[in-house]
Write a protein of this length. Structure first.
Length: 343
């Protein structure tokens, strides 16, 4: 209890060592972490969260290093959360990123944290969100979430940010394949990195064509409203605010080329979210989803950690294995037992 009180106070005061301890507490789901998150909740919601996803080796970490530099030149504080759902606790791949970005960590306006999946406590997406909430409460103005790949869990994590960027590279030849994997639905902007390599222009065109096709389909459902643009430009501009066309940008992360434009595109998207009312909708949806996730986690703990679920299952395991009883019967018994339990 006292521990959590100290953490809350330390975070309000902006103390970095306290922040590190608070994040560890949340990441490991140790005693009091939900109390801490609950107390910090009124401070959450000020940061612009940007998810950056794309195939490994695409240059995301290099790019983020540059992004951080641009933000710092503008005196904007920034936290980076690097998430690797594929690696276990002491995740190797991201460790390299962390060391490379170490020069930045001497600056108190920058905070970099790596996260990997760890089985037991809740899902990685839920925990990532909670770590971002702590950083948000602490006062970081931008939170960049890097995910290593384009699998379902990475997409869920990156897609829960306010703005999601997909990084593609010409050489991998997987550009269009990646687009087919459902990323189209979540990306707010596309970045063709390694534009110094051959094939970058062609990839930009490919992506634009795919986006054009999607936009074409979308318009077909709208019907004949989009007639001749009537009077003044006022109405057109009002329409433009609620429509976001994902831009396709290029960059050379190793030289920093295109990074300023990327920062500006992030800002433009955030402004669009705010002005169209989309931000409020996103945040409401995110809070509802998170609440459901927290309930799922609590129920799971109730059954498997605090309750008798594991015991009941162990008792029936022989019957289950020999076919005398089904998984459904045992699951039913476990849930029924939970409902009977006092309190
Ligand atoms: N030629 C070229 N190489 C790049 C560029 N951006 C990153 N790289 C290199 O690509 C490799 C992978 O970069 P990294 O940032 O670790 O990719 P990540 O796995 O997406 O985080 C590194 O060797 C980078 O130096 C770029 O724009 N052009
Ligand atoms: Mg990386």
């Amino acid at each position: 209890m006292m521990v959590t009180d100290g953490l809350i106070e330390g975070i309000r005061q902006g103390r970095i060592p306290v922040l590190a301890r608070a994040i560890s507490l949340v990441e490991n789901g140790r005693d009091g972490y939900e109390r801490l998150l609950s107390a910090l909740h009124p401070l959450v919601g000020r940061a612009h969260r940007v998810g950056i996803t794309g195939p490994p080796g695409g240059g995301k970490s290099t790019l983020i290093e540059r992004l951080v530099q641009v933000y710092r030149e503008r005196d904007i504080t920034v936290a980076v959360v690097a998430v690797d759902p594929t690696s276990p606790f002491s995740g190797g791949a991201l460790l390299g990123d962390r060391i490379r970005m170490d020069s930045l960590t001497l600056d108190p306006g920058v905070y970099i944290r790596s996260m990997a999946s760890r089985g037991a406590h809740g899902g990685l997406a839920t925990t990532t969100r909670e770590v971002c909430d702590v950083l948000d409460a602490f006062g970081f103005e931008r939170i960049i979430i890097e995910t290593v790949g384009v699998g379902q869990s990475e997409l869920a994590i990156a897609g829960s940010a306010d703005t999601t960027a997909l990084v593609l590279v010409p050489e991998s030849g997987d550009g269009v394949q990646v687009l087919k994997a459902g990323v189209m639905e979540i990306a707010d902007l596309y970045l063709v990195n390694k534009a110094d390599r051959p094939g970058a222009d062609r990839l930009v065109q490919e992506v634009e064509v795919m986006l054009g096709i999607r936009r074409g389909n979308a318009l077909r459902h709208v019907g004949p409203h989009h007639g001749p643009a009537t009077t003044g430009s006022g109405k057109r501009e009002a329409e433009d605010v609620s429509e976001w066309s994902p831009p396709v940008l290029t960059s050379v992360a190793v030289s920093g080329e295109g990074v300023t434009e990327l920062v500006e595109a992030f800002d433009a998207h955030y402004e669009h979210l705010e002005q169209s009312g989309e931000l409020e909708r996103l945040r409401r949806e995110g809070l509802a989803r998170h609440t459901r996730d927290v309930v799922d986690r609590a129920l799971s703990n109730l059954v498997w950690q605090e309750g008798d679920g594991a015991e009941i299952l162990a008792e029936k395991l022989d019957d289950l294995a020999s076919g005398r009883v089904s998984p459904y019967k045992i699951a039913h018994d476990i849930v029924a037992h939970l409902q009977e339990a006092p309190e």
